[in-house]
Design a protein around this ligand. Structure first.
Ligand SMILES: Cc1cc2nc3c(=O)[nH]c(=O)nc-3n(C[C@H](O)[C@H](O)[C@H](O)COP(=O)(O)OP(=O)(O)OC[C@H]3O[C@@H](n4cnc5c(N)ncnc54)[C@H](O)[C@@H]3O)c2cc1C
Length: 566
């Protein structure tokens, strides 16, 4: 197998991966970034609404970083590690100012200061934005910065398949060049997993096609734990029927949810915060309205932005306006936008501490959506994710630098492990006939949506676990039609499916295990939060067909759990 050698290999060229690569290369270490797509096509580019930040002298006079941390902790239903929330809040201002210095042009207030808008669960408005293309602006800025330095090697349209480790430490990554299917062993002293989310596991998702959970599954197969894998976020306002995101910015700017009777139904579910309650609460409210017969035929409700006026809509909510028009044939300046909830974000992720370090394997780090620090707990607040990618991407990069400074070369040879990993990829697609991978994928997405979705219960979750185990078995008879070596996307889709099934099993099993409702994890058979028994992180390993579960305490600093009302 071909070999390459780097101080650090970063899997993922979204905001988290690029920020980590920036810090590592700045300190003089060699860094490679591997990405399935061209860096600026990473899902970070799809982020619309904004990035939360308390900026000194440029925030609501009553606001403070402590308020921001508190909102994040309450939003996460007290499963948030409070030291992480404080770090996020206290570093938010400087990170936004840094990105602005590098060239991201944020919208302004009339007096020239950076503009801000409300997002769900915020006591004071603190979301900063570049129209409704914030992620795009930040990602282009950061890509220019990292690629322009000439110090980072980019491998885009490369597929990272397996982590290579010995007894105690990470040794590199096996990845395929997608153009010609040639495998490479990227030897590395440190590996950062920044491979983003996993929306493709769900029938309805706002995520792009590349979100197949590769990073999580790679970690699981390397005997690395996921933290809080049962916590999956559903966004209340995905366009019906295409599931394209209508950003929370719409409600931040004053949009109102209405049912088929024309009622502003959020008055029933969150009397104070109304449409700007956190996402888990609004998603459940919409599903309840639809289930109880107050939705529109087909199963959706309406989002009203018409009162904001055409000019304002086209300036501040241009994407929402255009998506509604193009994909649902609706003129949002006059009509309701048809919406329903869809999968949006993964709070669970690779277990790391506040510096991005994983406790299972020396030299392994994770950042961004792939990681669980845990800063979002049981439910992420809107616009906190872009912030997390940058703040913790930077923390992680700096921790990798510290790690490299005291690195000693291991003596054992590891090349055999890399060859085994290459073979394990071919084994997945070696059958000539049997079940087509697409059929397995479609079933997985339906089971996850139906049984491991917004509302969950014991029967459904047990069903999900047993059906996913069956799919796992069926994978042994899976085939792909395309046998060529040139851009064989079917080959990579099959590897992605393997990743999705491994991850799906862990999500369903841990959701079955947690017998309470907290944040986005809602059990109809255990509808109450149970701090006595469940105020703790789930730590899950995958061993064969078994999900092994242990727990870790939640880090508390100043805020005692209280009832979560909005
Ligand atoms: C439609 C939408 C809108 C959003 N809006 C907002 C918002 O307004 N504010 C906010 O805070 N958050 C928002 N989010 C969430 C936020 O955008 C993401 O959580 C965040 O950008 C994730 O960044 P990341 O760097 O972790 O990963 P990503 O940007 O998802 O990048 C993942 C990278 O990993 C690479 N990769 C994955 N698997 C492999 C593999 N096997 N081999 C090689 N490379 C691989 C991909 O190619 C990609 O480069 C939104 C999300 C969506 C889907």
């Amino acid at each position: 197998m071909e070999k390459l050698s780097y101080d650090a290999v970063i899997i993922g060229a979204g905001l988290a991966g690029l920020m980590a690569a920036h810090e590592i290369s700045k300190a003089g270490y060699s860094a490679a970034v591997i990405s399935k797509v061209f860096p600026t096509r990473s899902h970070s580019a799809a982020a619309e609404g904004g990035i939360a930040a308390y900026v000194n002298g440029n925030s609501d006079p009553n606001d403070s970083p402590d308020y921001m941390a508190y909102d994040t902790i309450k939003g996460g239903d007290y499963l948030v590690d409070q030291d992480a929330a404080e770090l996020l809040a206290y570093k938010s201002g400087e990170i936004v100012e840094l990105l602005e210095k590098w060239g991201a042009l944020f919208n302004r207030q009339p007096d020239g200061r950076i503009a801000l808008r409300y997002f769900g669960g915020q006591t004071y408005p603190r979301t900063r934005f570049v129209g409704d293309k914030t992620g795009m602006a930040l990602l282009h800025t950061l890509y220019e910065r990292t690629s322009g330095s000439g110090k980072v090697d980019f491998y885009f349209e490369w597929f990272a398949w397996e982590l290579i480790r010995d007894e105690s430490r990470v040794r590199g990554v096996v990845a395929f060049d997608m153009r010609n299917m040639v495998p490479f062993f990227f030897k590395a002293k440190a590996v950062v997993i920044a491979a983003g989310g996993m929306g493709m596991l769900y029938r309805h998702t706002t995520n792009s096609y590349i979100g197949t959970g590769d990073g999580y599954a790679m970690a699981l197969r390397a005997r690395v734990a996921l933290k809080d894998p049962e916590f999956v976020q559903f966004h209340p306002t995905a366009l019906y029927p295409s599931d394209i995101l209508i950003s929370e910015a719409a409600r931040g700017e004053g949009a109102v949810l209405k049912n088929a009777k024309g009622e502003r139904f959020m008055t029933r579910y969150a009397p104070k915060k109304l449409d700007l309650a956190p996402r888990d609460i609004v998603s459940r409210a919409i599903i309840t309205e639809i289930k109880e017969g107050r939705g529109f035929p087909g199963g959706y409700v309406g989002l009203d932005i018409s009162h904001l006026g055409e000019e304002y809509i086209k300036e501040r909510l241009a994407l929402a306006y255009e998506a509604a028009k193009t994909f649902s044939g609706v003129d949002a300046t006059k009509e309701l936008i048809p919406i329903r909830p869809a999968h949006h974000y993964y709070m669970g992720g690779i277990d790391v501490d506040i510096t991005g370090k994983n406790p299972d394997v020396i030299g392994l780090f994770a950042a961004g959506e792939a990681a669980c620090v845990s800063v979002h707990g049981a439910n992420r607040l809107g616009s906190n994710s872009l912030l997390e990618t940058l703040v913790f991407g930077r923390e992680t990069g700096n921790e990798v630098v510290k790690f490299l400074q005291s690195f000693t070369e291991p003596s054992s040879d590891i090349d055999k492990e890399a060859e085994k990993a290459e073979q394990s990829a071919y084994d997945i697609v070696k059958k000539e006939s049997g079940v087509h991978f697409g059929d397995i994928l479609e079933k997985l997405r339906d089971y996850m949506w139906e049984f491991v979705g917004i509302y969950r219960d014991e029967n459904g979750l047990k069903n999900a676990v047993s059906e996913i185990l069956k799919l796992r078995e069926q994978m042994k008879n899976m085939y792909v039609l395309d046998k060529s070596k040139v851009y064989n996307t079917e080959f990579y889709n099959a590897l992605e499916l393997k990743n999705m099934i491994d991850l799906g099993l862990v999500i369903a099993s841990t959701a079955l295990n947690r017998k309470e409702s907290r944040g986005a994890h809602y059990r109809t058979d255990y509808p109450k939060r149970d701090d006595q028994n469940w105020l703790k992180h789930t730590i899950a390993y995958l061993s064969g067909n078994t999900v092994e579960i242990t727990y870790k305490p939640v880090k508390m600093t100043k805020w005692k759990p209280e009832e979560r009302v909005y």
